[in-house]
Design a binder for this molecule. Structure first.
Ligand code: NAP
Length: 325
């Protein structure tokens, strides 16, 4: 296949501060990296702006046990590196840079980073999602001093210490189980009496001797001066408040899509999730979305990777159609 798209591109100059590409991919999680592989294999020479984290949130997971092809599991960051290597083999390029501004009002689309500007005939948005905060007193102040959103990153600092995990979903239980490698005790605090997490994780957590549960309860304050010493916990049914002594609090209460940059330009729902159809098309022709920016249902490495592949196939078809026109 040969796509010569220079006719599409009024802005064709490449200078140090400006570069034109056929396919620009924002984000290097499973969705962005798979999109890079597929766009590269269509010989579109995609450029990926990686954002903060090569491999995305998955790279912060110690072991991924449900990505097909790895019966023994695979390290999160290792999987990201493998995805990248495979895409590079076919010509994908990676810039460790962060998009700061986009202009989708006309094509080519314009994307600014803090150091450069890119124009692109098509854009694949795979900027993922970021962990939600509880927004309670003491939380922001104690980040890095006992408050964490990543057990893989910070668990090691809690050897033989007491930790609390907030949340009742898959992330909370998976990370709680990971923390048992280091911590003396792991107390899961969940706002309801039923967990949201899947059955296997629930069983493993229930059976683990280091894990305890405080249900029907919310954390209302993080306590401590120099470092976390405890959390204030309120029972939502009785209203009773207690202090739970802890050295750390790990918060896993869901995510918010990283889509603020596209507000007012792309159609989104009330939660900031980009509205895309089953072919990954957004409200603007030539702009595609994949992974957690547009999927609030599955949010799995395998589904995000599949969506990234689909977005790249659709971008390829879009560019072919434009070329014919
Ligand atoms: P999630 O499924 O949305 O769960 C978030 C949890 O946090 C829920 O239990 C929720 O309580 C609780 N929560 C939300 N806001 C809260 C607040 N302000 N205060 C206290 N608690 C709050 O998020 P997730 O666990 O990050 O999982 C996201 C997606 O990734 C899911 O689809 C999950 O299946 C997937 N995932 C899969 C795996 C795996 O397959 N191994 C691992 C990780 C994640 P309620 O239950 O009351 O709403």
């Amino acid at each position: 296949m040969d796509f010569n798209l220079t006719s599409l591109s009024p802005v064709a100059e490449n200078s140090d501060s400006m570069e034109h590409v056929k396919v620009l991919i924002l984000g290097a999680g499973p969705a962005g990296l798979s999109a890079a592989l597929y766009a590269a294999r269509a010989e579109l020479n995609p450029l990926v702006l990686t954002g903060n984290e090569l491999g995305g949130q998955a790279s912060l997971t110690y072991t991924i046990e449900n990505y097909p092809g790895f019966p023994e599991g695979v390290g999160g960051s290792e999987l990201g590196e493998l995805f990248k290597k495979q895409a590079e083999r076919f010509g994908a390029r990676f810039e460790y840079d962060l998009a700061s501004e986009v202009d989708l009002s006309s094509r080519p689309f314009r994307v600014k980073t803090y150091s450069r500007e890119y124009t692109a005939d098509s854009l694949i948005i795979a900027t993922g999602a970021s962990p939600n905060h509880l927004n309670i007193p003491g939380e922001e102040l104690m980040v890095g001093r006992g408050v964490s959103y990543c057990a893989t990153c910070d668990g090691w600092f809690f050897k033989e210490k007491k930790v609390v995990v907030v949340g009742g979903g898959d992330s909370a239980l998976e990370e709680a189980l990971f923390l048992t490698r280091f911590a003396k005790t792991v107390t899961i605090i969940h706002r309801r009496d039923a967990l949201r997490a899947g059955a296997i994780l629930q069983r493993r957590a229930n059976e683990h001797e280091k894990i305890h549960f405080i249900l029907d309860s919310v954390v209302t304050e993080v306590l401590g001066e120099e470092k976390v010493t405890g959390v204030n916990v309120k029972n939502v049914k009785t209203g009773e408040e207690t202090v739970v002594e802890t050295d750390g609090i790990f918060i896993f209460i869901g995510h918010t899509p990283n889509t603020q940059m596209f507000a007012g330009q792309l159609e989104m729902d009330g939660r900031g999730i980009i509205i895309a159809d089953s072919l990954m098309h957004t409200s603007i022709p030539g702009v595609f979305a994949a992974g957690e920016v547009m999927d609030s249902t599955y949010r799995q490495v395998v589904t995000s990777a599949g969506m990234g592949a689909a977005a790249a196939i659709e971008a390829t078809r879009f560019l072919e159609r434009e070329e014919v026109r």
